[in-house]
Every structure is written in structure tokens, then in C-alpha cells.
Design a protein around this ligand. Structure first.
Ligand SMILES: NC(=O)c1ccc[n+]([C@@H]2O[C@H](COP(=O)([O-])OP(=O)(O)OC[C@H]3O[C@@H](n4cnc5c(N)ncnc54)[C@H](O)[C@@H]3O)[C@@H](O)[C@H]2O)c1
Length: 398
């Protein structure tokens, strides 16, 4: 079990968002404490002040640290003695609020775990990256699928050359929950996700294609060159896309495709990744995350399972497991692995030690910038009939 060395105390967390009736805030709170390395001590849990206060008891946050806004949270936490003050904030609010909250937290010196997409638009993302660099805080973006042990196994196998030169990446994120116009009902999650003022320039592509794109980038480490995209809104009267395809070319000549849907009947959270290399191919599916196929022509197909003790398991994948093989690990554990790796860096930073800023095992602010560039260029390409646009930028993780 990893520890909080060299800090040797629990980290103190504040949650922003996650009020009653919301979705991902509870996941953050659960994932953060899974390894007993942090305690949730403060929150600004809702945009509604009374609900923010009322929701605090659901998390055992004491009333005096249940704040009614993130501004109040930052101001009052900064006023506390250092040995009580929070160490980091987790941002689990709708997209249009991420930038102002994450920026204010980083400027106040608090480490940040921010949900995706990192900001509302690309300009905000670039600015946030500057703030993070200047402040020196640890900043993670919860592209949580990168926390699955077999995804980290795939990443290491590719880095070790086991698949040869990468020729193609196919990633998909297929859902069906928005095939009906849920935004016309009381469904809050559907309402803000389909509202351009809250979601950003893209709907489905911002919400879920960003995960699929990030997964391919994370696993292969290939640098993107160009993108061509077609987005479509199938549900009448919806303001943003609910389906789309993008093709991405990579600097080494590889082809990538990203397909995302929120209108496919019966599909839930079907995130898939397939990578073709000159020596072998692999495929993985998040709805069955403890298995990954690796295939080589002329050899029997190999089914890798999540097994921390197997000789074929790379150390980085073994260290991302909590249970022996056969006991299913899934969404919470993968999410907790983002926290676990970010905590390692937070403990170093708070103890005054150096820590890795760019090539972290967890998705960081640079991945967040890239996600926002992906959204911007996808929308622009689609509006121009699928025109090829650049995907290279200076802040890309290398
Ligand atoms: N990583 C993932 O797998 C994943 C999954 C779902 C959602 N998300 C992302 O998480 C974010 C939240 O999504 P959700 O589905 O939980 O939304 P939600 O609508 O269920 O919850 C949002 C919460 O934020 C609160 N809120 C809004 N503005 C606030 C503010 N200024 N200060 C404090 N609280 C505020 C709301 O009151 C609510 O409690 C989005 O950015 C979404 O893209 C990520």
C-alpha cells in the first residue's frame, strides 16, 4: 500500500460540486479516500447555497467548513492555520465553472484535481496551464480511464516496444442515454451538457470523445499532427452534437479514429481502445476492464488479465492494483489511481521536494490543454466540412 511519504500525514481535501442529486462528486470523494491517504474536510458542494450546506452532512463535513461558494472556501481555508488548512481541491462542477475555480485554487497555492473537459474553451486552458506552472501546484485532470491497471500495462508494453511501431489507434465512447431529449425534462446532467453556455463548443465530443482521444494519446504517447472531424446532432432541437467521428494523424504516420455517441440505444459507457502495431495489436473495453487482448499473427491470441502477481504484469500495472486477480476492480479503483498518483506528487511538493510536472503517470494540466484543443479543432473542422486542421501545439505532453 502506498504511503504519504515523505509527508507522513493524511492530505486534507475540499470538494467543489458533489451536492445532493449530482453525479461525479461522490465518485471523487470515494476514490480520494480509498487508500486512506486523505480526509475530506471541507466543501462548496453546490451552486445553491442552502443545498451546499445541507449536502455537507452526507460527507461528514463539519458545518463550519461547509461553504456556500468556492470563493468563501478559498478565503476561509487560507485564513486557517497551516496544519488545518486543506491541501487540495477537487473540482466536480459543470464545465463552464472549472476555469475560475481551478485558477483561483491554484493561485491560492492549493493543489487541484479537476474534472474534464478541463475548461470551457482552449484559451482558458492555455491560461490555466500558465497559472499552474507559475504556482507550482500539482494539477491532475480526471481522465479516469487512464487509471485502469491494464491501460497502464498497455502503455508500458507499447513504451517497451512490444507492439512495434504504432500504425493505428481506434478509440470509441458509445452511450445511448441522450437518444431522448432528456434536457427537456428535469434531468440536470442532460440540461447543462446540451447547453452551449455551460458545456462548451461541443456536446458529446466535449463530454466523452475527449476521454476516448486522451486514452489513445496516453497509451501510445504518439504526438498528433492533424485532425478532420464530422459532428452531428441527431436529436431534433438539441443545441450541440450528440454523435461524431474524428480522424487524427500522428507525427510518426499513424492513423487514429475517435468515435463518440450519446444516441446509441442500449449502450451505456462503452469505452474501447484498439491499437495496431507492426509486431502486434491490442484491444481493451472499459465495461470489462480486467481483460485485454493482445494478438500476433501466427500465435494464439493472448488474454491478459489484471493480475498484480503475474510475471507478465508490468510493475506500473501491478502497483495500480489493490486486489488479487479474479476479484473485479473497476471504475472506483481506476479513479482512485488518479488520486493515488497525484497524491505521490502532492506529498513531495508539500514536503518541499522536486516532483515530475509533465510526464506524470496521471493526466495533468497539459493533457487538459490537449483535450480542449481537441474539442476546439474538432468543432472547427466539422463546421468546415471536415477540413484538416493542425493538432500540434507547444504545450502537448511529450
Ligand atoms: N471523469 C468522469 O468520468 C466524469 C463523469 C461524469 C462527469 N464528469 C465531469 O464532472 C463534472 C460534473 O459532472 P456531473 O455529472 O457530476 O454534474 P452534476 O450536474 O451531476 O453535478 C454538478 C454539481 O456541481 C454543483 N455546482 C455547479 N456550479 C457550482 C459552483 N460554482 N460551485 C460549487 N458547486 C457548483 C452543482 O450544484 C452540482 O452539485 C463535469 O465537468 C463533467 O464533465 C466526469
Amino acid at each position: 500500500m502506498p504511503t504519504n511519504e515523505p509527508l507522513n500525514r493524511k492530505l486534507r481535501m475540499a470538494l467543489i460540486g458533489g451536492g445532493r442529486g449530482s453525479f461525479i462528486g461522490r465518485v471523487h470523494a470515494t476514490a480520494a479516500v480509498l487508500d486512506n491517504r486523505c480526509a475530506l474536510v471541507a466543501g462548496a458542494l453546490s451552486s445553491d447555497p442552502q443545498r451546499a450546506k445541507d449536502s455537507a452532512e452526507d460527507y461528514d463535513i463539519s458545518p463550519d467548513r461547509a461553504y456556500t461558494s468556492y470563493q468563501e472556501l478559498i478565503e476561509k481555508e487560507l485564513a486557517l492555520p497551516e496544519d488545518q488548512r486543506i491541501d487540495f481541491v477537487s473540482v466536480a462542477t459543470p464545465n463552464h465553472t472549472h476555469f475560475e475555480i481551478a485558477k483561483a485554487a491554484a493561485e491560492a497555492g492549493f493543489n487541484v484535481i479537476c474534472d474534464k473537459p478541463m475548461t470551457f474553451d482552449f484559451a482558458q486552458a492555455e491560461e490555466l496551464a500558465k497559472v499552474v506552472e507559475e504556482s507550482g501546484v500539482v494539477f491532475a485532470v480526471s481522465h479516469n480511464y487512464t487509471g485502469y491497471p491494464l491501460i497502464r500495462q498497455a502503455r508500458q508494453m507499447i513504451a517497451d516496444g512490444e507492439l512495434g511501431e504504432i500504425m493505428a489507434i481506434r478509440s470509441t465512447y458509445i452511450q445511448g442515454w441522450l437518444v431522448d431529449k432528456l434536457e427537456d425534462s428535469d434531468q440536470k446532467q442532460a440540461a447543462w451538457r446540451t447547453d452551449p453556455k455551460k458545456s462548451g463548443a461541443a456536446g458529446c465530443f466535449g463530454d466523452i470523445a475527449t476521454h476516448a482521444y486522451n486514452l489513445g494519446r496516453y497509451v501510445t504517447g504518439l504526438l498528433p499532427e492533424q485532425i478532420s472531424c464530422h459532428l452531428k446532432t441527431f436529436v431534433d432541437g438539441r443545441a450541440l452534437d450528440d454523435y461524431g467521428h474524428a480522424m487524427v494523424t500522428y507525427e510518426n504516420g499513424a492513423f487514429g479514429t475517435v468515435t463518440a455517441s450519446q444516441i446509441t440505444h442500449g449502450r451505456e459507457n462503452d469505452v474501447t481502445l484498439e491499437v495496431d502495431g507492426t509486431k502486434g495489436s491490442l484491444s481493451w473495453r472499459q465495461e470489462n476492464p480486467n481483460e485485454m487482448w493482445v494478438r500476433k499473427n501466427g500465435s494464439p491470441h493472448q488474454l491478459y488479465t489484471r493480475d498484480p502477481n503475474a510475471p507478465f504484469t508490468k510493475p506500473v500495472a501491478a502497483e495500480s492494483c489493490r486486489l488479487p486477480s479474479g476479484h473485479p476492480e473497476a471504475f472506483f479503483e481506476a479513479f482512485a489511481n488518479i488520486y493515488r498518483s497525484a497524491f505521490d506528487n502532492m506529498c513531495l511538493r508539500i514536503s518541499g521536494k522536486n516532483f515530475e510536472k509533465k510526464d506524470t503517470i496521471f493526466p495533468n494540466v497539459f493533457d487538459g490543454v490537449e483535450g480542449m484543443y481537441f474539442i476546439q479543432q474538432s468543432v472547427a473542422s466539422s463546421q468546415d466540412g471536415g477540413k484538416w486542421l493542425p493538432m500540434k501545439h507547444d504545450l502537448a505532453r511529450r
